[in-house]
Ligand binder design. Structure first.
Ligand SMILES: *[C@@H]1O[C@H](CO)[C@@H](O)[C@H](O)[C@H]1NC(C)=O
Ligand SMILES: *[C@@H]1O[C@H](CO)[C@@H](O)[C@H](O)[C@H]1NC(C)=O
Ligand SMILES: *[C@@H]1O[C@H](CO)[C@@H](O)[C@H](O)[C@H]1NC(C)=O
Length: 829
């Protein structure tokens, strides 16, 4: 892999570099072959295989030690000796830690003692499996690296000469245990003609490293890598160089649990990237950056590991892009923010398994997704590794391994279940004690953690307002994975309608002809389990016309699948800007706002403990075929405070531009945080532009701030969607603007409840619809009425629903509202 570039490294004494020694492999053999002395390479000490005592057992009767008498200047000492094998010979290593290991062979041919090492031809076997078959070298130094699982306590590397040459050789060998999570068995996407599936058996594959690329960066040597890997720049592989532009940062990456770690790839990989080069194109031009990586003949499986770290975006949730491998869609609408628990500059990696075709290259492209904001079209790649799956395991071994994995899997699963149950119990007890003391962020945990505990059921049955989960509650929602497979035509990639932080979303049709959206957790969603369970627990107890309902879920094997009712018209955002849909009328927009306000109001008040959504934004409000709005995506939602508490402390989550400044400052979550986000959505609906648009002038970037300013000047009509000009009655606009303004109040206590917001929006609609248009100043009370309790108008939904709770199907809205009853028909289910 590496050509004979000799670094002047042997003279550098050992330097303590904190991060480069943070990983200490349990098994760690570095062997200098054919040598009585120790040798070095990249400042690492390789022990001579003929020194005594030796930790390695060598059985090589007819092997010969050869030494390069005239080594090139600066040649590492490791490359100046070799062991030549004239008959099958082997090295044996004791393995202390079973599991994934890295095995490297250094071959650096020279001519000595009558052997021209370039004419060697040989095979190498590991524990009987062939790693290198009929292997020959050019006149270059070659490093061969394999990643493989060792499940015996011995590793045997056997060198067998082939054909006329009659010998094989090796200069150096490395065998060391890999970090446990280097290769994991879930989350890899299998990309093929048949669509995207999951590849489950990665760790029992023998992987040969073919390319290891630091995209947008410089060459990284073993010095710069905790696993002593070499990463080379990508320039030579880019198909159209002018499509890409280097990006780099000086900030060290924010490594997060669930994302990549320093052992997955070093800092330097994540601190550089290629992004779309828009220097010579219009700012919103759509194109791909494409790399061609030469690989061997077709029909071989490859692991493609792509590394990402958003070092190009000024804020979260601005970068959406697609990944293609060999021109297949491999990941759509990748949103790094949502995969990295909402922090910029957090590294992640994604694994893909593909078959090579006859072209002899693996082609990787990244390009902007349709979800990109018109003003921020971009796509990035920070690193790429391509590893060949060496097809060595016999069928017998495969099945043996499978069995083992089932056992391991269920042990882990059982352990996880137990831990969750215990945690849930502790949490439930904690909550019941109603300590007045403020709870710390982590001690609380997510709602979902209660799900597995017996406590969750008891909590539900003593609740007052659940959607009758009963005994068959959400267990009744369990769907067989086979049914889901059938519904989606075995996860046909043509049926993919989106993907989020969680995984892919497919359109599907159940046996009863119900259209559904199927959300399937796949790679990158490794941290998705809490979100998955949160959605199940929250959604399973909710049935409301304005909340997207859960049809079922499936958690067989390692699948995490959620099945929702299908929302024909998709996210609200798409109907506001950027997607070319016909503009919505003002009435439609008001009805959508009212619908979502109603859904949220129900979330906040429909349960004993209330539920805070935490991620209200225009992409989380979905529209059905009749443009009825439903609030979706409860992945971040959590129960409100316990009774005696006024807020929940928690790590800040949510989307940039929608985030309650008070929540951000104080990390205290109340339902007023949702009200703030909803206020931003209201302005988004009115102005038809994104909540954050970093390409605009500084004071216009944040929609909330901008619209608020105009609203306070009484000149909101200056920033409304041009399509709405002349359509909105001034009184309606005034009411709407005031409502949104109240929602964006700095302090939660000054914001209206969702019930108040709902009432005011209904009022705005009524003003729009009413035959006699009132002059704005005829409605001089509106300012006060936003905050005023709805006692002003008898029978408004908020006053009743809040005090009496909801029966779970939203029907109380109907019975309690007389004033706006025309809006409420068809409310319940
Ligand atoms: C290999 O290359 C070196 C210089 O890089 C040269 O001196 C040597 O003769 C070459 N050997 C063969 C067998 O081509
Ligand atoms: C890699 O490590 C070497 C030796 O410590 C150092 O001089 C070099 O700057 C490092 N390269 C990068 C890109 O950090
Ligand atoms: C990017 O490449 C893929 C696969 O070749 C192709 O389907 C897609 O249309 C390209 N996107 C753009 C914007 O050119």
């Amino acid at each position: 892999m590496e050509t004979k570039t000799h670094h002047f490294l042997s003279l550098i004494v050992f330097v303590y570099i904190p991060f480069s020694v943070s990983f200490t492999p349990l098994d760690n053999y570095l062997i200098s072959c054919g040598s009585h002395a120790n040798a070095s390479l990249s400042n690492r000490l390789f022990v001579g295989d003929s020194t005594k005592p030796n930790s390695v057992f060598l059985s090589a009767d007819r092997s010969i030690l050869v030494t390069d008498q005239n080594p090139p200047v600066n040649s590492p000492t490791l490359y100046n000796t070799a062991r030549v094998f004239r008959s099958p010979s082997s090295y044996r290593f004791n393995i202390k830690k079973k599991g994934t290991h890295l095995v490297r062979f250094h071959f650096s041919p020279f001519v000595a003692q009558g052997f021209d090492l370039t004419s060697a031809k040989f095979s190498v076997l590991v524990n009987g499996y062939s790693l290198l078959r009929d292997f020959q070298l050019n006149n270059t130094t070659v490093l061969k690296e394999f990643t493989l699982k060792i499940d015996k306590d011995e590793l045997e590397l056997m060198f067998t000469p082939v054909g006329n040459s009659g010998f094989g050789f090796v200069n150096g060998i490395e065998v060391f245990s890999a970090p446990a999570d280097l290769i994991i068995d879930y989350g890899a996407r299998l990309i093929s003609l048949d669509g995207i599936g999951e590849y489950r058996n990665l760790s029992s594959q023998v992987l040969e490293t073919i390319h290891r690329i630091n995209v947008g960066g410089s060459k990284l040597t073993p010095f710069n890598d905790t696993l002593w890997r070499t990463w080379i720049p990508d320039e030579d592989y880019i198909v159209f160089k002018s499509a890409a532009k280097r990006a780099s940062t000086t900030h060290t990456p924010n490594y997060q649990k669930g994302g990549a770690s320093r052992e997955i790839a070093p800092d330097n990989v994540y601190m550089t990237a290629q992004q779309m080069n828009r220097d010579n194109s219009t700012f919103n031009a759509m194109f791909n950056i494409t790399w061609n990586f030469p690989v061997g003949p077709g029909g071989v499986g490859y692991l493609v590991r792509l590394h990402f770290c958003d070092i190009v975006s000024p804020a979260l949730n601005l970068l959406y892009f697609d990944i293609y491998i060999n021109q297949y869609s491999a990941y759509r609408d990748l949103d790094l923010s949502s995969l990295t628990t909402h922090m910029l500059g957090s590294p992640i990696y994604l694994d893909f398994v593909v078959d090579s075709d006859d072209s002899g290259v693996i082609q990787i492209s990244v390009g902007p997704s349709v979800l990109s904001s018109t003003f921020r079209v971009n796509a990035i790649l920070n690193g790429a590794e391509i590893m060949k799956m060496v097809n060595v395991t016999s069928m017998e071994n495969v099945s043996k391994k499978k069995k083992k994995w089932v056992v391991v899997g269920s042990v882990i699963g059982g352990f996880l279940f137990l831990s969750l149950a215990i945690l849930a119990l502790l949490l439930a007890l904690r909550c019941r004690k109603k300590k007045p003391k403020q709870r710390s962020a982590e001690s609380v945990g997510w709602t979902p953690l209660r799900m597995h505990g017996g406590s969750s059921l008891s909590r539900m049955s003593d609740g007052t307002a659940y959607a009758s989960p009963g005994q068959n509650g959400y267990f009744g929602l369990k769907i067989a994975c086979a049914d889901v497979q059938l519904a989606t035509n075995n996860f046909d990639r043509n049926l993919i309608i989106g993907s989020g932080g969680f995984g892919m979303v497919y359109k599907g049709v159940l046996r009863d002809n119900r259209k559904v959206a199927v959300k399937r957790a796949l790679p990158g969603s490794r941290q998705g389990l809490p979100e998955f369970q949160s959605e199940i627990t929250v959604l399973s107890k909710i049935r409301h016309r304005h909340l997207v309902s859960l049809v079922g879920y499936c958690d067989e094997n390692s699948e995490m699948i959620l099945v929702y009712e299908y929302m024909e018209k998709g996210p609200l955002k798409k109907h506001l800007y950027g997607s070319g849909f016909p503009p919505l009328s003002w009435k439609q927009r008001l009805e959508i706002c009212i619908g979502s306000a109603r859904g949220l109001h129900y979330l906040h008040t429909g349960f004993a403990q209330g539920i805070i959504h935490r991620d209200i934004k225009s992409t989380n409000i979905l529209l059905d075929e009749d443009y009825v709005a439903k609030v979706a995506d409860f992945g971040l939602s959590r129960s409100g405070p316990c009774l005696n508490e006024t807020h929940v402390s928690t790590g800040v989550k949510g989307s940039f531009g929608y985030l309650d400044p008070e929540y951000f400052r104080r990390q205290q979550l109340t339902d007023k945080s949702d009200v703030y986000s909803f206020g931003v959505v209201l302005f988004e609906v009115l102005c038809a532009r994104p909540a954050v648009d970093p390409l605009l002038a500084r004071e216009q970037v944040n929609l909330g701030e901008l619209a608020l300013e105009w609203q306070k000047k009484g000149m909101l009509e200056h920033v409304i969607d041009p399509h709405l000009v002349g359509q909105i009655k001034p009184s309606s606009l005034k009411k709407f603007g005031e409502t949104a303004e109240k929602c964006l109040a700095d302090y939660g206590v000054d914001r209206p409840t969702m019930g108040d917001v709902l009432w005011n929006l209904e009022h705005a609609l009524q003003l729009q619809e009413s035959g006699c248009q009132r002059e704005p100043n005829a409605d001089s009370n509106v300012n006060a009425s936003v905050n005023a309790r709805p006692t002003i108008v008898p029978g408004v939904p908020s006053s009743n629903v809040r005090t009496e709770g909801d029966d779970g199907n939203g029907s109380s809205d109907i019975s309690t509202s007389q004033v706006f009853s025309q809006l409420m028909t068809n409310e319940g289910r």
